[in-house]
Design a protein around this ligand. Structure first.
Ligand code: NAI
Length: 490
């Protein structure tokens, strides 16, 4: 059997950083080095001001990285990609695989150039056999591409075994997800060397994950399973969001409908929350990639089916903005809207593909003044995100203010628009405080809960609340004089 002593993770992002930190913390005898060309990111990983926020992440990083803890450090961050590749027995590829922006398949297919260049580098500098693990989400048969690049670039007497080991963590709960995964998927070729490599990787996870949760399957099944999992998760959200549109017309309540549906064990209750629409870097790109693959296999109906999940999501975001305009007497011109939350979900600072971008862009186009507050996301990031996506950048500068608190944002505002489900915004205070999950951590961190009576004092009349996450108790707010519009409630 192969015993892994040194791991090199290429890509120090949302996946590479937390995954490597957990692997290192659970395998003190393995040296884990995360490499990236992004020097700023690597330097931040070496401080206590990590480049990404995840509840519990800093503790795990410090335990494995810092000499001050009792054990010998075994987690390192470096920009010396060549040396770390050369030294490693096992390489985790955790680079980004965004949607292609140029040429054939632009806007649909996966961009594999980052993965390809990482693998070319491996081919160039490797002096020993390596196990190469696809941790990034990739299209089916990406492993063949990687093998082909290696066979043309590496020394001919070396052997590279490619495994698929997709990551299923969710941002905001990455650490609990990594510590206690539903399953670890390891895909390999069914050759003796493939199986041996899969076993070596399984042993790394085996130091903290029960063996019955480590599933070894065919390489291509594993690649496809990751795209399929994201497609099905997003499909649940789009299904519920489609139902929410019906609820608003027939006088039903989507939270009640979701609750009733979720009690069916075949369905289950999770990922059935209606909202303004899903965001994040993965769902959209992975579904579009899946649809593109289907199309390239001439399975056009299948491609349309998957794409409709993304279409419903766009529709939901638009529908939400249209409702805001309608309620505010069909004009946002000269009106002020407080936007609470910019991250794509709570407990993360990630704003990639956040629904807030579309909603803010839409209301700016309607002429509204927008005052944004997010407990975690900084002004520079918000402006950068909007600059690269809004259709009216010139106006955005003048119409947009980023605020330091929820109250500052709603001062003089006609409406509060909740776009991220931060606990701070909910008026269901006691429920959130009793919650023993990761929600509690956020409250401890921000230590704040909005006082809605105070909000009412500073807003213009009539005061509207558009709850894009269904986190407020509308009845209680109505007593304070708010007019509350929730998703999927008439
Ligand atoms: P990210 O963009 O945060 O991190 C990727 C990092 O790779 C960047 O820091 C970039 O500088 C670096 N990089 C790119 N090419 C490189 C090269 N040739 N050499 C060295 N470094 C290089 O991306 P994130 O979010 O960590 O995602 C990575 C992969 O994991 C993607 O395929 C994504 O679909 C997948 N994934 C992401 C999840 C998430 O929640 N963000 C969850 C599960 C999978």
């Amino acid at each position: 059997p192969i015993k892994i002593r040194k791991i090199c993770c290429i890509g120090a992002g949302y996946v590479g950083g937390p995954t490597s930190a957990v692997i290192a913390s659970k395998n003190p005898e393995i040296q884990v080095t995360v490499v990236d060309y992004n020097r700023e990111r690597i330097e931040a990983w070496q401080t206590d001001n990590l480049p990404i926020y995840e509840p519990g992440l800093l503790d795990v990083v410090q335990a494995a990285r810092d000499a001050k803890s009792k054990r010998t450090p075994n987690l390192f961050f470096s920009t010396d990609v060549d040396r770390c590749i050369a030294e490693a027995d096992l390489i985790l590829l955790s680079v980004n695989t965004p949607t292609k922006s140029l040429g054939r398949g632009a806007g649909h297919a996966s961009e594999l150039s980052f993965l390809e260049s990482a693998v070319r580098k491996i081919g160039e500098v490797a002096e020993s056999n390596k196990i190469i693990v696809e941790k990034s989400t990739v299209p089916c048969r990406a492993a063949d591409t990687l093998r082909d690049v290696l066979s043309a670039t590496a020394k001919p007497d070396l052997h590279f075994e490619i495994l698929s080991n997709p990551e299923f963590l969710a941002e905001g709960t990455a650490i609990p997800n990594l510590l206690n995964p539903d399953r670890i998927l390891i895909g390999s070729l069914k050759t003796p060397r493939g199986l041996q490599a899969a076993q070596a990787l399984a042993d790394v996870y085996g130091s903290w994950v029960d063996l019955d949760r480590i599933i070894t399957i065919n390489l291509y099944s594993s690649e496809l399973a990751k795209l399929a999992a994201n497609a099905l998760l997003a499909q649940r959200i789009s299904s519920v969001n489609a139902l929410s549109a019906m609820c608003e017309s027939v006088g039903a309540d989507i939270d009640e409908v979701s609750y009733a549906i979720g009690l069916d064990k075949r369905i289950g209750s999770r990922m059935l929350k209606a909202s303004v629409g899903f965001g994040g870097s993965c769902f959209r790109k992975d579904i579009l990639s899946l649809a593109y693959i289907a199309e390239s296999l001439h399975l056009f109906e299948v491609a349309d089916y998957w794409r409709s999940i993304v279409e419903i999501n766009e529709y939901q975001k638009d529908r939400f903005t249209r409702r805001i305009v309608r309620c505010l007497y069909n004009s946002l011109s000269g009106k002020t809207l407080a936007v609470w939350g910019f991250a794509y979900k709570k407990d993360t600072g990630d704003t990639r593909e956040t629904a807030a971008i579309s909603v803010v862009d839409n209301v700016l186009t309607e002429g509204a003044n927008v005052r944004i507050y997010d407990p975690l996301v900084k002004e520079t990031q918000i402006r950068q995100e909007l600059k690269s996506t809004t259709s009216r950048l010139d106006c955005a500068e003048k119409q947009l203010v980023v605020c330091e608190s929820a109250y500052e944002a709603c001062t003089g505002a006609d409406a509060v628009i909740i776009l991220t489900e931060w606990d701070e915004f909910s008026n269901r205070g006691e429920v959130a405080r009793r919650d023993s999950g990761h929600g509690k951590k956020t409250e401890e961190r921000t230590g704040r809960k909005v006082d809605w009576a105070r909000v009412a004092e500073v807003m213009r009349r009539p005061m509207f609340v558009f709850d894009g996450r269904n986190i407020v108790d509308a009845g209680a707010l109505e007593e304070l004089g708010f007019r509350v519009e929730c998703i999927g409630k008439a």
